[in-house]
Design a protein around this ligand. Structure first.
Ligand SMILES: *Cc1c(COP(=O)(O)O)cnc(C)c1O
Length: 348
């Protein structure tokens, strides 16, 4: 029987996702939300939120209103869905129709929101030093009383350096956030995955983990969520001195067996990781040789005793962060780059 396909298989372990949420939840005494922006970091928003709501999550965060609509369709009414980008005028219909809670980022957004959707839930995003999203201290001071009179459901800010526990920016932002929100009587949130690990002083009333749910650093204890197996299309024997791939960047220093697998940079396997990445046959390493092509990768399988049908590029042996290191990037980018050509299988 030979049922081998050419389509690479992406396996997403929803049980591990739920375990990671519970593990992050157990590190705090406050509520734990879940960040599911960018299609749940590439894992599939509908499957992710349905799993997380069963694990106990009641508050979900997305980047854009459009993403919020998708999440609402998957969840139905009940759980809160908050939008980091706030209330842009063109998002009005989506925010109203899908009961989304915008995190308002400016006086303009605030005025627009209370005028367009009076009485509709909202939160406030403050800038505590990252200078990316949210109201500045002076802007907030001017708006504070008006905003509080409208009953925001959450006041939040975001840390710039939480993955570096010793960075002085963490304490500086914490102090700014405390100053801006002292005696406010509204639930507060500062910590994403990194902030949870900084300790209870950063937890406030709600945490917003993203990457740790999906198995990425800085949550080193995370269970691996994603596995990616690449079918071998062809195996060939080459002589010492022969070259492999575009640009002849690799040549055989001994007689070698080369396997060609069916995935490449068009599938999010970043070309820059090139020869620093490995493929695996179980736990046996097969170094990537030559350049990564759009749809194909070549690997040295000379030392394998048996010919496997596929090689693994992501899984417990080589994590998203290992692959990110090889490519000079971060696990977040590996996850969110995983392409559309995979056959996706969800383990429950
Ligand atoms: C993406 C994001 C998060 C989640 O961050 P992780 O590092 O993935 O845990 C939380 N809050 C805000 C504002 C974000 O943009």
């Amino acid at each position: 029987m030979n049922t081998a396909m050419s389509t690479p298989q992406l396996t997403i372990d929803l049980a591990a996702l739920a375990d990671n949420w519970r593990a992050l939840d157990s590190l705090t005494d406050c509520e734990t939300a879940a960040v599911v922006k960018a299609n749940a970091y590439g894992m599939g928003a509908a499957q992710a939120v349905q799993t997380l709501v069963k694990a106990g999550a009641r508050h979900f965060f997305v980047a854009l209103a459009e993403e919020g609509a998708t999440v609402r369709q998957a969840l139905g009414p009940g759980p809160r869905i908050s939008v980091f980008s706030g209330h842009m005028p063109g998002d009005h219909d989506l925010i109203a129709a899908h009961d989304l809670t915008p995190m308002l980022n400016s006086i303009d957004q605030m005025l627009h929101h209370v005028e367009a959707l009076p009485g509709h839930s909202f939160g406030i995003q403050l800038d505590s030093g990252m200078n990316r999203l949210g109201m500045e201290a002076a802007e907030w001071a001017a708006l504070r009383e008006i905003a509080l009179a409208q009953n925001p459901v959450l006041i939040m800010s975001h840390l710039a350096c939480a993955d570096e526990p010793d960075h002085p920016m963490n304490a500086a932002q914490l102090n700014n956030f405390i100053e801006m929100t002292a005696d406010i009587g509204v639930p507060r949130s500062l910590a994403a995955t990194g902030g949870i690990l900084l300790g209870s002083g950063y937890h406030f009333d709600l945490t917003r983990p993203g990457v740790g749910l999906y198995g990425g650093l800085p949550f080193a204890q995370a269970r691996s969520v994603v596995a990616l197996d690449l079918p071998i299309i062809q195996i060939r024997d080459i002589d010492e001195g022969e070259t492999v791939g575009y640009g002849n960047t690799w040549y055989a220093q001994r007689p070698s067996r080369i396997a060609t697998v069916a995935a490449g940079y068009a599938d999010g396997l970043i070309r820059a990781m090139g020869p620093r990445a490995q493929l695996f046959a179980d736990t046996a390493r097969c170094p990537v040789v030559g350049r990564i092509s759009m749809d194909l990768i070549t690997a040295d399988v000379t030392d394998l005793a048996q010919e496997p049908q596929s090689l693994s590029i992501l899984g417990p042996t080589q994590t998203v962060d290992d692959l990110a290191d090889a490519a000079g990037t971060i696990g977040y980018e590996i996850l969110t780059s995983l392409g559309a050509r995979y056959q996706r299988e969800y383990l429950t």
